[in-house]
Design a protein around this ligand. Structure first.
Ligand SMILES: Nc1ncnc2c1ncn2[C@@H]1O[C@H](COP(=O)(O)OP(=O)(O)O)[C@@H](O)[C@H]1O
Ligand SMILES: [Mg+2]
Length: 324
């Protein structure tokens, strides 16, 4: 089984590590493998629109490239959608859902926001209406709250709270979908630094029954070694240090700083590689996305995506070795 055989990939990680960039790259890679894919954001987020230069977020699918759409969900829009699917009459939907009591109820029940948005994903994947676009794979750009993992357990907690009724049944179906490692995969995004790596390892440890979902860890913003392999840097440094040019001091300081960052990165990657099997009780691919000055813009995403997919497919921890 590969990452691409899943119907839903949840891309999780703490804020700013590169969940959106990774989600888009995974979607482009999936499309290159012939799958119709959509990157889905929750809670009105507009990360994909921003990255891709779209004018705004939209609940309705927007196309990034042929085969890849993006959707940005919000609880209220999903509630409307849910109503439409169940009640089939727009006037009734407005009557039932568009009132203050309903929005107060929405806000008052913990987990209901998550459940409504996950329900939309489930509808698209498992019970599409004739008017729905058809997707082989959805990539959920998870919110940063709890590193995106509160979401995985929200249906479970909801199911524990409400034992009867339509919401309970829906919560159960969502729980089954999210908990099924054949259907849903988790991809964790982290940075090649000690603190984020330690946080990710703790997170993996806390995954509990969801551990089998973890299919890959993406290390984002990996610095490439500026020196070609085989350059004897320490000896070169001695030669350069004896050079009388006044700029040599600052230049060497710059080189030392770069070298120190590389050593720290290599340490963090070793920590990740040794800590993951311990926390997980199994091996998962660890792949990297290179640091791209100015961020991964639209024109660069295709190449990044292809490299990411190749590394994933070969199951080689390519970056970890390259940077060590
Ligand atoms: N590989 C990278 N190289 C350089 N900058 C990056 C890289 N990936 C992401 N960034 C930058 O980091 C910021 C956060 O990235 P993003 O993918 O939006 O993360 P998240 O969705 O986790 O908040 C953005 O400004 C983005 O341009
Ligand atoms: Mg984002």
């Amino acid at each position: 089984m590969t990452l691409w055989s899943h119907r839903l990939i949840v891309v999780a990680g703490k804020g700013g590590v590169g969940r959106t960039s990774t989600s888009v790259c995974l979607a482009l890679a999936a499309a290159a493998r012939g799958m119709r894919t959509a990157v889905v954001e929750l809670q009105h987020m507009s990360g994909v629109a921003d990255l891709w230069g779209l004018p705004s977020r939209s609940y309705q699918p927007q196309q990034l490239v042929p085969g890849v759409d993006t959707m940005s969900l919000s609880p209220m829009e999903c509630l409307d959608d849910f109503g439409r699917r169940r009640l089939k009459v727009n006037a009734l939907v407005r009557l039932v859902f568009h009132n203050r009591i309903m929005s107060a109820f929405l806000d008052a029940v913990p987990g209901l926001h998550d459940l409504l948005q996950l329900g939309k994903l489930r509808n698209l994947l498992q019970e599409p209406e004739p008017y729905d676009p058809s997707y082989d794979l959805l990539i959920l750009d998870a919110p940063a709250t709890g590193h995106g993992l509160t979401l995985l357990s929200s249906a479970r907690s909801m199911g524990e709270m409400t034992r009867v009724g339509p919401f309970f049944e829906e919560a159960k179906r969502i729980e089954d979908m999210l908990g099924d490692p054949e259907h849903t995969a988790l991809v964790l995004v982290t940075l090649p630094e000690e603190l984020p790596v330690n946080e990710s390892l703790e997170l993996v440890d806390r995954l509990g029954p969801d551990k089998p979902l973890l299919q890959a860890v993406v290390v984002n913003q990996v610095l490439r070694d500026p020196l070609p392999p085989g350059v004897p840097w320490l000896r070169m440094r001695e030669v350069l240090a004896s050079h009388p040019h006044p700029s040599m001091g600052p230049l060497l300081a710059l080189a030392d700083e770069t070298a120190a960052r590389h050593r720290a990165q290599a340490r963090a990657l070793r920590l990740l590689r040794s800590g993951l099997p311990e926390a997980l009780g199994a091996e998962v691919p660890v792949v990297g996305l290179p640091y791209v000055p100015g961020g991964p813009r639209v024109e660069r995403c295709g190449a990044l995506a292809e490299q990411l997919a190749e590394d994933l497919d070969s199951q080689q921890p390519a970056v970890v070795e390259g940077a060590a």
